[in-house]
Design a protein around this ligand. Structure first.
Ligand code: BG6
Ligand code: BG6
Ligand code: GLC
Ligand code: GLC
Length: 917
């Protein structure tokens, strides 16, 4: 008994002495809690530095955006190939995610060797080797010719601008293949794969192993938002708020950041804690001066650190009686697996002896105890450092979420963590001590990072498929040159048809005579009232024209026309108009003066004379009853009579296109066309009387209001109408009518966009598949919103804000799609409008037998004025389709009221002359 006690006493004394000796020797490797807290704070600062745009270029910790935006939600599915390159083993896998609706992942895998001549040889050969292994795998698994998406786990720092791309910043760990740095590894591998003819593989995602690990664990535990590798190398990733990531546009949601914490200290930030052993190890490594934090922590280096320490201690006579073996002198002779074995709880000491003997040493009992303690200090330091950096990440997550307690899961992988008997326990304990306000669960990634990589690939392949669906929809709006030429030809035919006596009554492009026969000549003068009804705004104006000087003064007031009145009874509408006139006259102090009035009425009217016109049918947003077929001038006169307050002399009824042409014609006598691209779409132009069969006389010209909005109402352009156009038409006030207008004007473009968005949402491609009440609301996309969304000056975030103002809760991806949809719809509108205009100018050129036609088009309308691209595309199209016409576009700054007043002035003069005769 006594002997046993004595032995125990002797042994614990020996142990104590040895431990003290080693502790003294490795004093610098033992990090106090305060030091760890300090390191944690330093790492927090490093993360900030890496995330901010201006400090990122010089930051040691690169904080790389990964373009992985969400953790798996269980909806991922499909069959994928996967490569896992960069850890201690190289693997090729086939992953089947979610079979028959079950949340299950099946994997078949094959390890392949990674010979050192390959990883340190020529880069092209490295990728060819990888491709060869993949080819072999596909052959053995009978996957030849199968089209499969591939997820590549590539465990090195890569700069990504999208998921399927990664430029290698530098090799780390054991790799050093030539000519790969600064190149995109995805295209390198893709190129290598092309050598195998039957390989039809698309690399959809490149992920770091930390990311793969996080995703693997997140598939089982949705709280997992951090991934850590403690293996050959060490690194971590976590989900960061987009608003904190300067390098990527957008601010909603989160994105996974690959910290590349292995490089922490590369700028000197950890010099105070690095020891002579760390420096010596670094000098002998493949990448001196790089990955300094990693070299204090990870599996590739721990054994070597122990060896360097033992060698130094032996040299100092502190171990093995001062004896050294040649093995102890040899780099790499002690590996991490040895360190782990020596630290085993029970067999540790026996293992230590065996290992040392294998190294050609003759260790005493005391030596074994000391060596074991060296291992403990080295691996403890590793776990401590990892814990400090991880604690910094957890603190950041907690701050981002602004919570008192953070509940989170950390996914972990790597051989050191997995095979070292004490490592996980120590790491967990220190992390919990450093961030007591976090409840952390550590989850070991059992199936490596490929399962997670497959999740990312699944999402990427869904995105790719969705992209195809979106492109399919947008393609419907892309018109070929042939299609545009066809539209031009058809429009031309319709113009002729409408001018002919026998077909005029049936024509869908109505070609209405306006009884406006000349442009203003500058002799017009007087004071006139004008009404401007039918565009976005209803205005009453007073226009004073001074003769000779071609100058006009205008006073105007905008009045609202409530929806109830636009779509009420005719009497109500005209009473309201007269009420507005009364208000205006009051406001101008003009009551009692019987002024001549020009009435801009922007709807199709069959005119018998300049002051008579029967409304053919309402268009756009108007639908007042008892007006169609009636003379609107009479209706206005009746309403004035009903009110019995003032008298007005209604001299001219004018379409807005005609008013616009006149407004511009006052300045440019070459202006013989008026175009409106606004709420509605229409055009008028000066036609030779001899071509206008429905009006007597062959001399001179008359302005024809084409009412081209009705183009296509006979079905002649059905081939380019889409289901969305049909839907917009069906939901409109005048189904089947104004088909061309419904593809080209402001009132409808937004509606087309809305229909497309609804469809894309139904297909699950937008707004998370949720059709909101807002989106169901007709008319939410007014022209001005469309114009704003499409502005080139607008960043994505602003687009998103506009959508939010409209009540559409969208992500940044949604905003991109919405912008594209708007672009496709407005582009088609501008092209179609251009094709129509090309038809008109070409007709004018040919009718006059001219080689070249020079003509000015007066234009008005909010779409033309506000939209950032409409006018340009329209002009380009005209140039393309009517190359022999030099068309000048002149924007009508003063609206059509001025033109209406000029027409009234001319009409008044003629009226007077007639009276005098
Ligand atoms: C594996 C993962 O389980 O762990 C790899 O699948 C990862 O992607 C590796 O690189 C890290 O550990 P080690 O020890 O192999 O470097
Ligand atoms: C205005 C004209 O400037 O433009 C109106 O004065 C015309 O007569 C209108 O109807 C057309 O544009 P919108 O976009 O208001 O329909
Ligand atoms: C190295 C690599 C890093 C990887 C880590 C773990 O640090 O640079 O990308 O995640 O090793 O394998
Ligand atoms: C509608 C009207 C037309 C008008 C155009 C522009 O197409 O029918 O008369 O010119 O809108 O406002």
């Amino acid at each position: 008994m006594f002997a046993v006690h004595l032995m125990a006493f002797y042994f614990s004394k020996l142990k104590e002495d040895q431990i003290k000796k080693v502790d003294r020797f490795l004093y610098h490797m033992r990090l106090s809690d305060d030091t760890l807290l300090d390191i944690m704070r330093r790492f927090q600062a490093e993360m900030e530095k890496g995330l901010a745009k201006d400090t990122n270029p010089t930051a040691a910790v690169k904080m790389l955006p990964t373009f992985v935006r969400a953790i798996p939600d269980g909806s991922e599915k499909g069959e994928f190939l996967s490569l896992d390159l960069g850890g201690s083993k190289f693997r090729v896998l086939k992953v089947q995610v979610a079979e028959e609706g079950k949340r299950r992942v099946q994997m078949e895998s094959q390890f392949y060797p990674m010979p050192s001549e390959v990883i340190r040889g020529n880069g092209t050969e490295l990728f060819e080797y990888v491709a060869d292994c993949l080819a072999d795998f596909m052959k053995t698994k009978d996957l030849k010719h199968k089209k499969l998406p591939l997820g590549l786990t590539f465990s090195f720092p890569c700069r990504q601008t999208k998921l399927e791309e990664g430029v290698l910043i530098s090799w780390t760990k054991k790799f050093k293949a030539r000519g790969v740095q600064d190149t995109d590894v995805v295209s390198r591998l893709t190129k290598a794969m092309r050598r195998h003819k039957y390989m039809d593989v698309d690399i959809l995602a490149l992920v770091n192993d930390t990311v793969g690990t996080m995703m693997t664990c997140a598939y089982d535990d949705p709280h997992c938002e951090v991934g850590v590798i403690i293996g050959t190398g060490t690194n971590a990733c976590y989900m960061e708020d987009m608003s904190n990531i300067d390098l990527v546009e957008g601010d909603e949601g989160r994105m996974c950041i690959n910290t590349e914490w292995g490089a922490f200290g590369d700028d000197g930030a950890l010099e105070d804690i690095r020891t002579e052993f760390d420096r010596e190890l670094d000098l002998g490594s493949l990448n001196p001066g790089k990955q300094l934090f990693e070299k204090m922590i990870s599996g590739l280096y721990l054994g070597e650190l122990v060896r360097l320490i033992l060698l130094k201690m032996a040299k100092a006579g502190l171990l093995f009686g001062g004896e050294k073996s040649s093995a102890l002198h040899t780099k790499g002779k002690i590996e991490t697996r040895h360190v782990a074995a020596m630290e085993k709880y029970k067999e540790g000491l026996a293992n230590t002896r065996e290992i040392l003997v294998d190294l050609g040493l003759e260790p005493s009992e005391a030596d074994c105890v000391a060596v074991q303690h060296v291992c403990t200090i080295v691996s403890f330091r590793s776990a401590n450092l990892c814990a400090a950096a991880l604690a910094a990440i957890l603190t950041r997550l907690q701050e981002n979420k602004r919570v008192e307690r953070l509940r989170t899961t950390v996914g972990v992988d790597g051989t050191l963590y997995k095979i070292h008997p004490q490592y996980p326990k120590r790491l967990h304990k220190v992390v919990r001590k450093l961030v007591p306000s976090c409840d952390v669960r550590f989850l070991l990634s059992e199936s490596g990072s490929t399962k997670g990589a497959a999740m990312v690939t699944a999402v990427a392949s869904r995105v790719q498929a969705q992209r195809k669906q979106i492109d399919k929809v947008l393609a419907l709006f892309r018109l070929t040159r042939e299609q545009l030429v066809d539209v031009q030809a058809k429009m031309r035919a319709e113009l002729e048809y409408g001018l002919k006596k026998k077909s005029h009554a049936l024509a869908t492009v109505r070609m209405l005579p306006t009884y406006v026969c000349g442009l203003p000549d500058g002799t017009e003068k007087g004071k006139f009232l004008a009404l401007d009804l039918g565009g976005t705004n209803f205005r009453v104006l007073l226009v004073k024209i001074r003769s000779g000087r071609r100058s006009v003064r205008m006073y105007n007031k905008i009045f609202a026309i409530p929806l109830g009145i636009m779509q009420g009874t005719g009497e109500e509408l005209f009473d309201h108009i007269v009420q507005c006139i009364a208000d205006f006259l009051d406001y101008m102090g003009l009551k009692g003066a019987p002024l001549p009035l020009g009435f801009t009425f922007s709807f199709p009217c069959r005119q018998m004379s300049i002051d008579k016109g029967a409304l053919i049918g309402w268009t756009k947003g108007f639908k007042a009853t008892d007006c169609e077929g009636e003379d609107v001038v009479d209706m206005l006169r009746e309403a004035i009579k009903r009110r019995n307050e003032f008298d007005l002399d209604i001299v001219a009824l004018v379409n807005d296109t005609v008013g616009t042409m006149m407004t511009c014609g006052y300045e440019d006598p070459n202006c013989e066309i008026g175009l409106i691209a606004g709420t509605g779409s229409n055009l008028c132009y000066m036609e030779d009387m001899r071509n206008i069969e429905v009006v007597e006389g062959d001399e001179g010209k008359m302005c024809i209001n084409t009412e081209w909005g009705g183009f296509g109402d006979n079905g002649c352009v059905e081939d380019i109408r889409t289901q969305y156009d049909m839907e917009v038409d069906e939901g409109s006030l005048n189904p089947g009518k104004q088909r061309y207008e419904k593809m080209t004007s402001g009132m409808y473009l937004g509606e087309i966009v809305r229909q497309i968005l609804i469809d894309l949402t139904k297909q699950g491609l937008l707004f998370r598949g949720q059709i909101s009440e807002r989106l169901r609301t007709r008319g939410i996309f007014e022209t001005k919103f469309l114009s704003q969304i499409e502005s080139d000056r607008l960043a994505l975030l602003q687009v998103r804000r506009i959508l939010q103002e409209l009540g559409l809760d969208s992500t940044c991806e949604d905003s991109i799609v919405v912008k594209e949809v708007c672009g496709a719809v407005s582009r088609r509108a501008a092209q179609l409008c251009g094709a129509g205009l090309a038809a008109v100018v070409e007709k004018r050129r040919e009718d006059q037998g001219l080689e070249r036609l020079k003509i000015t088009v007066g234009v008005d309308g909010t779409l033309y004025k506000l939209h950032p691209h409409f006018s340009r595309i329209l002009q380009e199209t005209v140039k393309e389709l009517a190359p022999r016409c030099d068309v000048t576009f002149m924007l009508s700054e003063d609206g059509s009221g001025k033109g209406a007043a000029l027409i009234t002035a001319v009409a008044k003069r003629i009226q007077q002359a007639r009276k005098e005769n």
